[in-house]
Design a protein around this ligand. Structure first.
Ligand code: SIN
Ligand code: FE2
Length: 203
């Protein structure tokens, strides 16, 4: 297998089918309480192609006026975010190698045409904790590089049930999603891909 950049771990098939189904059911409850919203780029207001929501004490949001940030309430309903499902907290305890629990779980929903440009996750104050990512539903092509945008990148597929950990020297690695492979999973009734990322925001 190819060598991933330092600090990046890919754990294929971490969740079996039954666990994936249980996670989808838990995320459906989250979305019922905290509806998906369209994130917008700072300054330009250009919509991103994913729709998102969060669970946990904090959630990541972005809009034209105030840009990227964490906040304790949903940007449209004003309600606190729902709790992070226990199975995701257990995942963090298993793989994060960080004592405190995650504070935010960003939920990204990708339709067939959605993607995510190369970026760093750097809106947190704590970079000692990793970002832990779960893929559910259709396969995607994930791209990861180094800490500089100009560093070489490599790409690999993430399937439903896979986990990726960006930790250590990989914590600030550039990463993104080049494309979704439609109809590659039967997990989500209407297709598409869900990505969950667990983050620690404050030390
Ligand atoms: C993200 O970087 O927030 C999402 C990554 C992914 O969808 O795998
Ligand atoms: Fe990210």
């Amino acid at each position: 297998m190819r060598k991933l950049p330092g600090g990046i771990r890919h754990l294929p098939d971490y969740f079996d089918r039954a666990e994936q189904q249980a996670l989808v059911d838990a995320i459906r409850l989250v979305v019922a309480e905290a509806p998906l919203f369209v994130p917008r780029m700072p300054k330009t207001g250009k919509p991103m192609s994913v729709r998102m929501t969060n669970c946990g004490p904090l959630g990541w949001v972005t809009d034209k006026e105030r840009g990227y940030r964490y906040q304790p309430h949903h940007p449209e309903t004003g309600n606190p975010w729902p709790a992070i499902p226990e199975r995701l907290l257990a995942l963090w305890r298993d793989v994060a190698e960080y004592e405190k629990p995650p504070q935010a779980c960003l939920v990204n929903f990708y339709t067939d045409a959605a993607k995510m440009g190369l970026h760093q996750d750097k809106d947190e104050q704590e970079f000692q904790a990793p970002v832990v990512s779960v893929s559910l539903g259709d396969t995607c092509l994930f791209r990861v590089g180094g800490q500089e945008r100009s560093d070489p990148t490599m790409s690999f597929k993430l399937n439903s049930g896979d986990v990726v950990v960006l930790g250590g020297q990989g914590r600030l690695a550039y990463h993104g999603v080049d494309r979704i492979y439609p109809a590659t999973s039967t997990l989500l009734k209407n297709g598409g891909r869900i990505n969950l990322t667990l983050r620690r925001v404050t030390p």
